[in-house]
Write a protein that binds this ligand. Structure first.
Ligand code: GLA
Length: 381
């Protein structure tokens, strides 16, 4: 599905009888730095050209009336009624985002909302963050309020913690609010300092969706987070950002906790080196780090899946591919591959072959550039 803002505005007018304002927020794909954000580590994502579009107009009451044609869904949140948490479906994002904005800056007006998105759901490309952020910008604008990128990202993250129940880090929401066209964003999740790194022209970013979805992805995610936090506690440090690789090496931490800690500690270091490699145009060096990242996610953090391993292995065998790894939380979802643009057709064929031959599944893949961050896409008329 491609988003057509004008068409959405017209559909909105037909349904609600007035003109909306339109807001867009991108999904993201992470190039390296996985499961490091909640340890205040480093991440290196780009904002996607795909995202969520929200058409919105204020109402006189305090009801959020939501429609999505592509999701075949309608729902309502009454902001004067007691808050509902963890229904287990998409309305949690709407409820959570609105309630967090109200807790932060006071009551919001009700709104008629139409939401459409083209980020595949549950694929590790942050469809949920893009929904939260697009909605947050819409609701803030209708209330005549403004908030800077980091604040919006934090409120959306908090909505996800409290109303959805995933104890996510800040990467997805912050990439969606602060993405920079043509650049990857090196985010220091401790200081929240952002360093845009221009992507070389001769590198194509290919995202491949395995189609695998893990029913327990959110609880598995929370479990990994809890284990790695326990590892930090046993090492006597507040987070794994505070643990140097040699300190972990010498420690007597054993078993799965040692492996979890090893992933986070080495991944932070890989991300630091990866950012320098990318900034210096060293695509071969960057690609090698992507391969190490995938190995670490598979063996130490145990968040890969056979389909993702097969896609990564297939990509690695294609001439002109620099590197490939799973992206996002894992447990299914997508891989990201960095390749010379001329290698893309062969890469696509190899990815399809690997998944169809090995698993009888047909992957979907696409090439993306780095897009800009969220915002209003049409000024009020
Ligand atoms: C999910 C979370 C992020 C991050 C990644 C793993 O996308 O929402 O905060 O932890 O997983 O890197």
């Amino acid at each position: 599905m491609t988003l057509a803002p004008d068409e959405l505005a017209r559909s909105f007018e037909r349904r609600y009888g007035r003109s909306p304002r339109l807001f867009r927020a991108p999904g993201r794909v992470n190039l390296i730095g996985e499961h490091t954000d909640y340890h205040e580590g480093l991440v290196l994502p780009i904002a996607l050209e795909r995202g969520t579009l929200v058409a919105a107009a204020a109402r006189d009451d305090r009801v959020l009336r939501v429609h999505s044609a592509s999701a075949g869904a309608d729902g309502e949140v009454d902001l004067d009624a007691p808050a509902v948490t963890r229904r287990g479906h998409w309305l949690d994002y709407v409820e959570g985002t609105a309630r967090e904005l109200e807790a932060d800056g006071g009551p919001l007006p009700g709104a008629d909302l139409w939401i459409e998105g083209d980020v595949p759901v549950g694929a590790g490309l942050s469809s949920s963050a893009s929904l939260e952020v697009a909605l947050a910008l819409a609701l803030l604008a209708l209330a005549g309020r403004r908030a800077e990128a980091v604040r919006v990202a934090r409120l959306c993250q908090s909505a996800e913690h409290r109303y959805v129940g995933t104890q996510c880090g800040i990467m997805d929401q912050l990439t969606s609010t602060a993405g920079r066209a043509g650049h990857a964003l090196l985010i220091d999740c401790r200081s929240l300092a952002l360093r845009p790194i221009r992507l070389p022209e001769d590198a194509a970013i290919v995202v491949c969706d395995s189609g695998v979805r893990h029913r327990l992805a959110s609880s598995e995610y929370n479990a990994r987070r809890a284990e790695s936090e326990e590892a930090a506690r046993r090492l006597g440090r507040p987070t794994l950002r505070d643990v140097a690789p040699d300190v972990l090496e010498r420690s007597d931490l054993r078993g799965p906790l040692r492996a979890r800690a090893r992933h986070v500690v080495t991944e932070i270091e890989r991300t630091r080196r990866g950012a320098e490699a990318l900034a210096g145009g060293d695509l071969v060096g960057f690609g090698a780090l992507m391969g190490e990242s995938h190995r670490s996610l598979r063996e130490d953090y145990e968040v890969s899946a056979p389909e993702l391993d097969a896609l990564v292995a297939a990509a690695a065998g294609v001439p002109g591919v620099y590197g490939s790894r799973l992206t996002g939380a894992g447990f299914g979802g997508c891989t990201v591959t960095l390749a010379s643009p001329s290698a893309v057709p062969r890469l696509g064929a190899a990815l399809s072959e690997a998944l169809q031959g090995g698993f009888g599944r047909r992957p979907t893949w696409f090439v993306t550039r780095a897009a800009g961050g969220a915002g209003e896409i049409r000024p009020p008329s």
